[in-house]
Design a protein around this ligand. Structure first.
Ligand code: MN
Length: 740
């Protein structure tokens, strides 16, 4: 990606000449010379002359084939801000005309707020961009090109600045590029940001891709030859592109959807570009004839385009070697829109005749501009658009017009607490758009929410703990109960516990119950049973957390009334049962703190008992690696990231395996080809009550196999005991601790 640094525009002019468009190269050359003069003596963080940056941005803009004014504005985009003593917007208008000055003005106004890590700052930046966009969408295209070049050269910046920029790119610029359908820029922005936000994770996935691709190097070529042959037989004019998914898209699936590398079906993708819409469907039919399709993965975005105008047919099929791959089928027109989105309009159409078509295609932007023309409240449309971009948030207003962004699914109570805890505590009802509504009513975008309060309100209700969506509201409600209602909490807590005891033992004496409760409350660190009840009452300690222990205590203290029936025969554990407690609570203490958002690195799959270390991946939680993981050893050599490594260890109960938490462990079992081998292994695991989460058999030679298996495991001792049992089976050559 690293285009060579240069301070002249011969490459730019060459690019423009290669297009079919007419550019005013004289004007562009003048803009370049003026910018060069203004930036004289200024240097980038990398040490290069500053002018190399506007030139690089102009080249990216030229790649989108925007017009002459856009290219001039790209060349001048930093001039007014950085060279205020030498020039002004007025001067630029005089020399290059009002449209260029207007674009430069728009670009100058989008300044990043210097607030670390604040969602607010991101929304504010976005607000400014949307404002600029409503005046002229070219401003956003140029801004995205500017950011793309800054990201490509971000390594030269000092670290805090670097991470802030990467985070902003991930949260503001990439989603915006996505919303505008500019797939190419979006993918590059995401990959570049990830490299700075989670360099280790990035490297991990990249390495996986290399390994996997190395294994099946010819796969895509073979598929292309097969598909191409069939297309030709059917006289379809086609172009094929074989590709591998981007690092970030695979990273997202692995970490956000917690999939293993093998579960990613669309690692390989084949794109078929044809001439007509009809040919798209014909090609799809041929593909489905040639390969088995995976059910539920066919999508027709031609008849139902995505909101960002994307159109294509998608399907996932299985190749002859059993490797799945995704197929995207589209026409050239659809392809241009997919790659360049809204910008495709400038690239592939020109002249006033396409104005109508633009309006049709870019309806939402047209609507936006229209809204401004009609002098409606500008905030209203911006919020509507913001919502489009941040899909997972809902934006609502107070009657005074203040905006609140809440997670999707939030309701009136969440809103009340977001305004202020006092508002939540005194709430007696709510209105949406002027109508009284139930307080658990889910909020929708753009609604005006009014909270009715009364100073005589008795405070929140306990039910609200189960109704609210945001953790902020929940913790505020808990805090209130903790503070205000101790005696009531104790009554509630006590009845919960006694009800639970009754579930296990119908009859019990006061003394027995006291013994049970004293033991348990001491176990959880409470000074008295009342404190224990209080915590249950205000919601600080959930029943689910201590139910199992309570049951054990009941069984220990209170003898059963009837003889228990003999234990049933051991039932083999079915494959793919998810252990109940998997990752509900990580069991990891990072820097002395519990309950951090952690994820377990897929490169080394740490188990309780392994020495571990945490790596702060801004925005993606803390990733936990084994201390001796090669990625850690490599990663720690980079002194710049030194402060991002955090001491981490397992919670005592997890480490010793006393807790019921189950972790994923990977076994790589090298076996001989013998009848019943797999059955013996699964039987041994069932006998040990080990859940098999995933199983995968690959031939190694004619007479040997590798079984890759994911099992549920309590800790490293448990793991070792599983391994030694399996090693004892006839035909097992070796067992390695595998990685996904
Ligand atoms: Mn710039």
């Amino acid at each position: 990606m690293n285009d060579t640094v240069h301070t002249d525009i011969s490459k730019l002019l060459g690019m423009l000449q290669a297009t079919e468009k007419k550019y005013d190269t004289e004007k562009i050359t003048l803009a370049y010379e003026y910018a060069k003069e203004l930036h004289q003596g200024q240097f980038r963080a990398s040490g290069e002359p500053y002018i190399s940056h506007p030139i690089a941005v102009a080249e990216i803009v030229a790649g989108l084939e925007l017009d002459t004014d856009s290219i001039c504005a790209a060349l001048l985009h930093d001039a007014v801000e950085d060279c205020a003593e030498k020039t002004s917007l007025k001067e630029i208008e005089k020399q290059f005309g009002a449209p260029v000055a207007m674009l430069v003005d728009g670009l100058t106004k989008i300044v990043t707020l210097q607030v670390e890590d604040k969602e607010e700052a991101h929304i504010e930046t976005l607000r400014k961009m949307l404002l600029a966009m409503s005046r002229d969408i070219r401003v956003i295209f140029i801004k995205l090109c500017d950011r793309l070049h800054n990201m490509r050269t971000l390594a030269a910046k000092p670290d805090p600045k670097r991470r802030m920029t990467a985070l902003e790119t991930m949260h503001v610029y990439a989603p915006l590029a996505h919303r505008l359908g500019m797939q190419r820029i979006k993918l590059e922005l995401e990959n570049l940001s990830l490299q700075f936000l989670d360099p280790i994770g990035y490297e991990e996935v990249r390495q996986h891709i290399n390994d996997k691709y190395g294994e099946n190097q010819n796969f895509l070529e073979k598929i292309q030859a097969e598909v191409g042959g069939r297309m030709s037989e059917n006289e379809i004019h086609y172009t094929l592109e074989g590709r591998i998914k981007s690092v970030y898209s695979i990273y997202k699936k692995m970490y956000n959807q917690n999939k293993s590398f093998d579960q990613i079906y669309d690692f390989y993708a084949l794109r078929i570009i044809v001439e007509t819409e009809l040919e798209c469907y014909t090609a799809l039919g041929l593909i489905h004839e040639m390969y088995n399709s995976i059910p539920g993965r066919f999508k027709d975005y031609i008849s139902t385009p995505k909101p960002n105008m994307y159109r294509s047919l998608h399907t996932t099929v299985i190749g002859r070697d059993g490797i799945p791959f995704e197929v995207q089928i589209r026409t050239w027109d659809m392809h241009h829109i997919a790659e360049y989105g809204v910008a495709a309009h400038w690239k592939y159409k020109s002249g006033a005749s396409s104005k109508e078509e633009l309006d049709k295609r870019l309806e939402w932007i047209a609507r936006l501009i229209e809204t401004e023309d009609e002098q409606r409240d500008p905030d209203e449309f911006m919020n509507a658009l913001k919502t489009d971009i941040f899909h997972d948030e809902v934006f609502v207003f107070t009657p005074k017009g203040d905006v609140f962004a809440l997670p999707n699914g939030s309701n009136v109570i969440d809103f009340a607490y977001a305004v202020h805890s006092k508002v939540g505590e005194r709430m007696i009802g709510g209105k949406i758009n002027g109508m009284i509504v139930p307080i658990d009513r889910t909020l929708k975008n753009g609604e005006i929410v009014e909270i009715l309060t009364s100073s005589s309100s008795k405070g929140p209700s306990r039910d609200w703990l189960n109704i609210v969506k945001t953790s902020a509201a929940r913790s505020k409600i808990r805090a209130w109960f903790k503070k205000e209602k101790r005696s009531e909490n104790i009554v509630v807590g006590k009845s919960v516990v006694e009800g639970e005891i009754k579930k296990y033992r119908k009859n019990s004496t006061e003394a027995q119950r006291e013994e049970i409760i004293t033991t348990i409350s001491a176990h959880y660190g409470f000074n008295s049973p009342d404190d224990f009840y209080n915590a249950i009452g205000y919601g600080g300690l959930m029943l689910s957390k201590f139910a199992k222990r309570l049951q054990n205590e009941c069984e220990r203290v209170i003898k059963p009334e009837v003889e228990p029936t003999p234990a049933p025969e051991a039932i083999p554990v079915p494959i793919t049962t998810k252990p109940k407690n998997i990752k509900s609570d990580s069991g990891i203490v990072v820097d002395g703190e519990m309950g951090c958002m952690v994820k377990f690195a897929k490169c080394c799959n740490p188990l309780p008992g392994d020495s571990v270390i945490g790596f702060v991946t801004k925005g993606f939680g803390i990733s936990i690696h084994k201390l001796d993981c090669p990625n850690v050893i490599q990663g720690r050599k980079n002194t710049e990231n030194a402060t991002r490594w955090k001491e981490a260890h397992w919670e005592g109960a997890v480490e010793s395996g006393r807790s019921n938490s189950i972790y994923e462990a990977l076994l790589q079992i090298y076996v001989d080809d013998r009848i019943g081998m797999l059955a013996d292994i699964t039987a041994a695991l069932a006998d040990m009550r080990v859940s098999i989460l995933q199983i995968n058999v690959t031939p190694r030679t004619d007479s040997a196999y590798v079984i890759n298996m994911k099992v549920g495991c309590r800790n490293i001792d448990h793991y070792n005991s599983i391994v030694s049992r399996l090693r004892g089976l006839q035909g097992v050559d070796n067992i390695l601790r595998g990685f996904s």
